[in-house]
Design a protein around this ligand. Structure first.
Ligand SMILES: *Cc1c(COP(=O)(O)O)cnc(C)c1O
Length: 404
C-alpha cells in the first residue's frame, strides 16, 4: 500500500507554487522529482567526504571510494547482475548506448545488421546510425500496430544470421508500451546476436532482473528513478565487456601507460575514464534505497491505478484521442484534442500549475507513424494523486474553451 501523503512529504519540490498555483508535476517521463534523502546525500558528500575516488590513501578518499562503490553493489543486488564489475557507471542511458555502439565498431562488419524498433527514443536510434556509417552495417526497424505495440511476427522475419545486435526499449517513453523483452531476448539469442535494452523508462516503474532476462546490455538513467542527473549505468555481460574496446581513454582506466603501449585496467574501470560524478553516484544508491523502502511492486500497482483512473477521465473529454493503447502499458498518457496544437494546451495548463510535456518526446518516428506534429504527454509517478488528475481534466477543459 502507498501512503500518499507521507510520500508527498518526502519530495520538497511538491510544496512549490508555479505561476501562483500549487505545482502538479506530470512530466515524470522526462525526469522524476527527488526525495529529501537523495538531496541530503548530495549535500553530505560535499560537506563531509569530498575527495577523488580510487586514488588517495587518505581517509576521505577511502570514504568517498567506498560510498561510490557501495552504489555499484546496490545496483548489482537490486537488478540481480552476476558481478559488480558488470555495472559500468556512465552519465546515463544515452551515454551507455553510445558506449556500446562505439565499442561495436571493431566487432561489426559490412552488411551485418542491427535491429531497432519504431518505438525508440532518439538516443536508441542515432548511435546505431552512426555505427552503421562507420562500419557499413545496416539498420532494420521493427514496425508497430495502431495501439503502439511491436509486431512480433515482423520482428521474427527481420532476424537472420546477419543480425548482430537488437536494441529496443523496455518501456516506450511516449506511449507507455511495455515491450515483451524476454521474448525478444530469447528469439535474438536463437540467431546468436546480442540484445541491448534501453531501460530508462522501465526502472522507475517495474523491476528488471538482468540474469532472469538474460539480456546482454541494459541501460539506465538515475534521474528517471528519483536519483540525480548526470549519473546512470550500463549493465553488460562480462563476456561482452571483455570483448569490447574502451570507449574513452584517460585516467582511471589504465593499468600501465608508456608512449609505446598502454594496457587497460580490468572491468569495470576499463570503461570509466576520468573523474566521475561522485556525489551523484553516491546519491543514486540512496535513491535505490528509497525505492526499496516503498517497494517497486507497491509503486507499480498504485501507478497502474492512476493510469486506469486517468484514462477513463481523459476519454470523457470531448474530442480527446489517446495515442498508445497497448494492453500492457505504464502510467504515461499521450493525447491530442481535435486539431488544437499540443503546445497551446501545454502553455495554458502550465499557467494553471500543471507541468506536462508537449512535442515529439525525442521520438519523431512515432509522430510520423501517427502523422501528427506531437502530443501532450501526462506521465504519473507514485507521488501523484487522483485529485491532481481531476484538477488536470478541469484545466484541459478550460484550455479547450479558451482555444475554440
Ligand atoms: C529518457 C530516455 C532516454 C534518454 O535518457 P537520458 O537520461 O537523457 O540519457 C532514452 N530512452 C528512453 C526510453 C528514455 O525515456
Amino acid at each position: 500500500m502507498i501512503d500518499n501523503q507521507a510520500i508527498r512529504n518526502d519530495f520538497p519540490i511538491l510544496k512549490q507554487k508555479v505561476n501562483g498555483k500549487p505545482l502538479v508535476y506530470f512530466d515524470n517521463a522526462a525526469t522524476s522529482q527527488k526525495p529529501q534523502v537523495v538531496i541530503d546525500a548530495l549535500e553530505s558528500y560535499y560537506t563531509e567526504i569530498n575527495a577523488n575516488i580510487h586514488r588517495g590513501v587518505h581517509t576521505l578518499s577511502q570514504l568517498s571510494t567506498s560510498a561510490y562503490e557501495n552504489t555499484r553493489t546496490k545496483i548489482k543486488t537490486y537488478f540481480n547482475a552476476k558481478f559488480n564489475h558488470e555495472i559500468i557507471f556512465t552519465r546515463g542511458t544515452t551515454e551507455s548506448i553510445n558506449l556500446v555502439a562505439s565499442s561495436f565498431t571493431a566487432i561489426l562488419k559490412k552488411d551485418d545488421e542491427i535491429i531497432i524498433s519504431y518505438l525508440e527514443h532518439h538516443s536508441n536510434i542515432v548511435p546505431w546510425q552512426l555505427l552503421c556509417e562507420r562500419t557499413g552495417a545496416k539498420l532494420k526497424v521493427i514496425p508497430i500496430n495502431n495501439d503502439g505495440e511491436l509486431i512480433f511476427s515482423e520482428f521474427e522475419k527481420l532476424l537472420t544470421n546477419k543480425t548482430k545486435l537488437v536494441a529496443v526499449n523496455h518501456i516506450s517513453n511516449t506511449l507507455g508500451t511495455i515491450n515483451p523483452i524476454k521474448k525478444i531476448i530469447d528469439a535474438t539469442h536463437n540467431v546468436n546476436a546480442a540484445v541491448l535494452i534501453d531501460g530508462a523508462q522501465a526502472t522507475p516503474h517495474i523491476q528488471a532482473d538482468f540474469q532472469e532476462l538474460n539480456c546482454d546490455f541494459y541501460c539506465v538513467s538515475a534521474h528517471k528513478m528519483y536519483g540525480p542527473t548526470g549519473i546512470g549505468f550500463l549493465y553488460g555481460k562480462e563476456k561482452w565487456l571483455n570483448k569490447m574496446q574502451p570507449y574513452h581513454g584517460g585516467g582511471e582506466m589504465i593499468k600501465e601507460v608508456t608512449f609505446e603501449k598502454t594496457t587497460y585496467a580490468g572491468l569495470p574501470h576499463k570503461f570509466e575514464a576520468g573523474t566521475p560524478n561522485i556525489a551523484a553516484g553516491i546519491a543514486f544508491g540512496t535513491a535505490i534505497d528509497y525505492i526499496n523502502s516503498i517497494g517497486i511492486k507497491n509503486i507499480a500497482s498504485y501507478e497502474n491505478e492512476l493510469l486506469q483512473y486517468a484514462t477513463k477521465k481523459f476519454l470523457k473529454i470531448d474530442g480527446l484521442k489517446i495515442y498508445g493503447t497497448a494492453k500492457n502499458k505504464t502510467s504515461v498518457i499521450s493525447f491530442n484534442i481535435k486539431n488544437i496544437h499540443p503546445f497551446d494546451i501545454g502553455s495554458i495548463v502550465d499557467k494553471l500549475g500543471y507541468a506536462v510535456r508537449t512535442g515529439h518526446h525525442c521520438t519523431q518516428p512515432i509522430m510520423q507513424f501517427y502523422n501528427i506534429p506531437g502530443t501532450i504527454r501526462a506521465s504519473f509517478a507514485f507521488y501523484n494523486t487522483k485529485e491532481e488528475i481531476d484538477g488536470f481534466v478541469a484545466a484541459v477543459k478550460r484550455a479547450i474553451l479558451m482555444l475554440s
